[in-house]
Design a binder for this molecule. Structure first.
Ligand code: F6P
Length: 344
């Protein structure tokens, strides 16, 4: 069996653990493994596949990023690119392809499976918002980084009696903001699922001061809308190949800190955690989950169950259809959002 492995979209800690699991299982079964370079770019362009032996997938369990490289190249945007993917897939003689990615990468995997190609998926996004599954590779590591940052920001915010706005990742959902905020004791959390206005934020911060709390930590997800602040909408800024606006340039955190200071007179600062949330070593949880789900992805290949994807349901690995990828984002439940509010 010739098995391809591809990682697409934003990187996430734990991807290498999953690559290792898929490759080691395949090599133990006597299979041949080919790594696809840089996401779908490695199949759109010629020469994007390279053989991987056991040595190459050793020592990568604890390493962040992806040894295969990644990109946001989107062959679905162009029929010619899609036929290049299919012909390079066939020329390479692949018996199967395991694609590790979020909704964008998996939407391409699904389109290939719909055309009869032997493709399976593995869910990865530190945003943790794939509808298919209760967990995605990279989320726990991102939450750990946000938690540590909030712990550090608490001491400096307290020393200077400041409002600290902390912008974290989360385009459509606030999983990283809410779980990081719960773990790090945020004093207010602003996420796309539960919109608030600038007035609500300012009123809350004034109330905290009146209660004698002379510093506050506000966690805001990069994709949150705040009435009175982001009313101009997403704007016409640069977009990636899947049509998503580059939120790193949107600057909701810096704008919020400026407006809080302007309206309250409380000295305010912003910290944009940005790509630190996706970098570095995976947590133990991500290493273990990525190993389980990567191995389960290989099981799907072995059983010929293409167009499918291993997911988390409870503490078990369950199987879903790649066709369910487009079903929308999995949102933060109100219960978790309200729980965080208890500590505001
Ligand atoms: O991986 C998901 C994500 O982290 C989003 O939250 C974020 O908007 C996006 O990736 C930004 O990544 P990039 O700048 O690499 O496209």
């Amino acid at each position: 069996m010739r098995l391809g492995i591809l990682t697409g979209g934003g990187d996430a800690p734990g991807l290498n653990a999953a690559i290792r699991a898929v490759a080691r299982r395949a090599i133990s079964d006597g299979g041949e493994v080919l790594g696809v370079r840089n996401g779908w770019a490695g199949l759109v362009e010629p020469g994007g596949l390279r053989p991987m032996d056991r040595h190459e997938v050793s020592g990568i369990l604890a390493v962040g990023g992806t040894i295969l490289g990644t990109s946001r190249v989107n062959p679905l945007s162009d029929a010619e690119a899609m036929s290049s993917v299919i012909s390079h897939f066939q020329e390479a003689g692949l018996d199967a392809l395991v694609t590790l990615g979020g909704d964008d990468t998996l939407s391409v995997a699904r389109a290939l499976a719909d055309r009869g190609l032997p493709v399976v998926g593995v869910p990865k996004t530190m945003d943790n918002d794939l509808q298919l599954t209760e967990y995605c590779i990279g989320f726990d590591s991102a939450v750990a980084i946000v938690t540590e940052a909030l712990d550090r920001l608490h001491t400096t915010a307290a020393a200077h009696h400041r409002v600290m706005v902390v912008e974290v990742m989360g385009r459509d959902t606030g999983w990283v903001a809410v779980m990081g905020g719960l773990a790090g004791g945020a004093d207010m959390i602003v996420i796309p699922e539960f919109p608030v206005g600038l007035d609500d934020i300012v009123t809350h911060l004034r109330t905290r001061r009146q209660r004698g709390r002379d510093f506050s930590i506000v966690v805001v997800a990069e994709g949150a809308s705040i009435a009175g602040l982001t009313d101009g909408g997403e704007g016409g800024g640069p977009r990636d190949a899947f049509g998503h606006i580059l939120l790193s340039r949107r600057g909701v955190g810096p704008q919020l800190a400026d407006q809080i200071e302007a309206e309250t007179g409380f000295e305010s600062r912003v910290t944009v955690l940005g790509y630190t949330q996706r970098g570095g070593a995976p947590t133990a949880y991500d290493r273990i989950w990525a190993t389980r789900v990567g191995s389960a992805g290989y099981d799907l290949v072995r059983e010929g169950r293409f167009g499918q994807i291993p997911v988390k349901r409870g503490d078990q690995v369950a199987i879903a259809q790649l066709s369910e990828v487009a079903a929308g984002q999995r949102q933060v439940p109100e219960e978790l959002y309200r729980l965080a509010q208890v500590f505001y």
